[in-house]
Design a protein around this ligand. Structure first.
Ligand SMILES: *[C@@H]1O[C@H](CO)[C@@H](O)[C@H](O)[C@H]1NC(C)=O
Ligand SMILES: *[C@@H]1O[C@H](CO)[C@@H](O)[C@H](O)[C@H]1NC(C)=O
Ligand SMILES: *[C@@H]1O[C@H](CO)[C@@H](O)[C@H](O)[C@H]1NC(C)=O
Ligand SMILES: *[C@@H]1O[C@H](CO)[C@@H](O)[C@H](O)[C@H]1NC(C)=O
Ligand SMILES: *[C@@H]1O[C@H](CO)[C@@H](O)[C@H](O)[C@H]1NC(C)=O
Ligand SMILES: *[C@@H]1O[C@H](CO)[C@@H](O)[C@H](O)[C@H]1NC(C)=O
Ligand SMILES: *[C@@H]1O[C@H](CO)[C@@H](O)[C@H](O)[C@H]1NC(C)=O
Ligand SMILES: *[C@@H]1O[C@H](CO)[C@@H](O)[C@H](O)[C@H]1NC(C)=O
Length: 419
């Protein structure tokens, strides 16, 4: 099953321009690298018509019921109204294309179309970085951090800057859907190909969140000659329960106590979607395939539940516009179905058995207050942990929820590139 998403426009670009942006690239013809611009405008009338014609109850059927029972009616109703009225896809599309200028591309790797942002630093010696999103995220999760990371900053007296690569996971937005037997390790392999062969970076560092952390961990462990350091805000290991933490006499900071509550909420009332997407991805995937308000009800609440209650106020940029931009990307690229399949393709993607990566390269971890909790003692079991930091603002979508903190922590990784 290889879906090529419809309605995508590709701009004609001169050969000189290509040569300059792909400077250092090797054998690009092999991978059919093409500049890419988003143009989903043709699909918007259908989206608007479906949103307009889908009916919600006149009011909450069970008023006063909280988020633990699923998305709050008022929140859904407000977002639906905003999608149809003040939200403007054209503005977002222009911004997505401008934010990353012409630096979006597609390449064909092992038969899959891989969409990626490639924003180069002005410093030719900048460190190559690949940053990996998860579900229900997209490459747009990193929009606020991409440009700042390309710029030079001084970290402990050392100048750090990055050439930033942000691919869309296979099956997400503009990357084509992989076969049913595709795993996280396969994604890691083609992303290593993207960095080393398509873009010509012999070594690089990785950042990962959510499913992207599983890909990042696979890269960190299995591509231990090319990956020089890794930064995580999430791990492909199930976080410990409150009981387990107590039994192990682990003392928690105030930030970690709030994060532990997020773990408890997720594992008691918050993981229904996880089981559904792991066991019956076609049921939910096809039920909501052409149902934008349904996708909003399934996904929208996650953004609220998993982020900081102060989301949308500085430094967070995670407001309703950001949520609706993500939802629009999912609906307009017809990738909701293939995105939920990542759970079924990797049923043991988040393991309860902690193993050490086969590498001695440095690993850095950041715990955001409203993300689920990995105590330092647990993170240290999985790699060569050199830095464990905590931030008292932000949640699961740290690129949107606290961009300055994520920038700072990824910049710190630059100190370990040569190590
Ligand atoms: C975007 O696609 C629409 C049709 O879907 C087309 O009319 C429009 O010209 C395209 N815009 C650009 C900038 O290519
Ligand atoms: C939604 O549908 C109503 C009734 O058919 C129509 O009057 C209105 O213009 C539509 N709104 C949008 C934004 O399409
Ligand atoms: C950078 O400086 C901070 C503050 O002085 C220190 O805690 C940290 O260990 C330093 N990091 C490295 C990698 O040297
Ligand atoms: C995975 O599925 C694809 C397409 O269905 C098939 O060509 C390939 O051989 C399969 N790979 C493995 C390792 O089973
Ligand atoms: C991925 O690769 C790692 C390291 O080789 C291996 O331990 C793991 O079982 C693989 N996972 C899958 C799903 O194949
Ligand atoms: C935790 O502390 C208790 C009481 O001091 C002790 O009996 C127990 O062995 C400790 N557990 C671990 C895992 O260190
Ligand atoms: C959300 O924040 C962005 C800036 O990050 C702003 O442009 C947009 O207007 C905000 N949306 C709303 C609904 O306030
Ligand atoms: C890299 O991984 C290979 C295969 O797992 C392993 O044999 C080797 O020791 C690892 N290198 C380092 C530096 O850990």
């Amino acid at each position: 099953m290889v879906l090529i998403h419809g309605g995508l426009g590709i701009f004609a670009i001169s050969a000189n321009f290509m040569a300059s942006v792909l400077q250092g690239a090797q054998a690009t013809d092999t991978f059919s690298v093409k500049p890419f611009k988003i143009n989903l405008s043709g699909e918007v009338p259908r989206l608007n018509s479906l949103v307009n014609n889908s009916r919600l109850p006149a009011g909450a059927l069970y008023p006063g019921v909280g988020q633990e029972k699923g998305i709050e009616f008022d929140f859904l109703h407000e977002l639906k109204t905003e999608w149809l009225t003040t939200f403007d896809w054209e503005t977002q599309q222009t911004q997505l294309n401008q934010q990353v200028r012409l630096q979006q591309f597609t390449a064909t790797i092992e038969g899959l179309t891989v969409h990626f942002v490639h924003e180069k630093s002005k410093n030719p010696d900048a460190i190559p970085l690949i940053a990996l999103h998860g579900w229900p995220g997209s490459f747009d999760e990193f929009s606020p951090v991409i440009k700042p990371l390309t710029q030079e900053s001084s970290v402990n007296g050392t100048t750090v800057s990055y050439h930033v690569v942000v691919p869309s996971l296979p099956g997400f937005t503009f990357s084509s859907a992989p076969p049913a037997n595709w795993t996280i390790n396969d994604t890691a392999r083609i992303f290593n190909t993207l960095m080393t062969e398509v873009l010509g970076y012999p070594t690089y560092v990785v950042h990962g969140t959510d499913w992207g952390s599983a890909v990042a961990y696979s890269l960190y462990s299995s591509f231990n000659t090319t990956v020089r350091a890794a930064h995580f805000v999430f791990l492909p290991f199930l976080p410990p329960s409150a009981e387990e933490i107590a039994v192990n006499n682990i003392t928690l900071s105030d930030i970690q106590k709030i994060a532990l509550q997020q773990t408890t909420d997720w594992s008691t009332t918050g993981n229904g979607y996880f089981l559904e997407q792991t066991t019956k991805p076609n049921d939910i995937g096809l039920a909501l395939y052409d149902n934008p308000v349904g996708q909003l009800a399934w996904i929208g609440g996650k953004y609220k539940l998993w982020s900081d209650p102060r989301a949308g106020t500085p430094p967070s940029v995670l407001n309703s516009t950001a949520i609706l931009t993500t939802l629009s990307l999912y609906y307009l690229t017809e990738s909701f179905l293939s995105s939920v399949w990542i759970y079924a393709q990797n049923p043991n993607g988040f393991s309860s058995v902690y193993t050490k990566a086969s590498t001695d390269r440095p690993m850095l971890f950041t715990q955001f207050e409203y993300n689920i909790l990995w105590p330092e003692e647990y993170v240290a079991k999985t790699g060569n942990l050199v830095s464990y930091k905590e931030h008292n603002f932000g949640g699961h979508f740290s690129g949107l929820d606290n961009p300055p903190a994520l920038i700072e922590d990824i910049q710190e990784m630059g100190l370990y590139y040569k190590a």
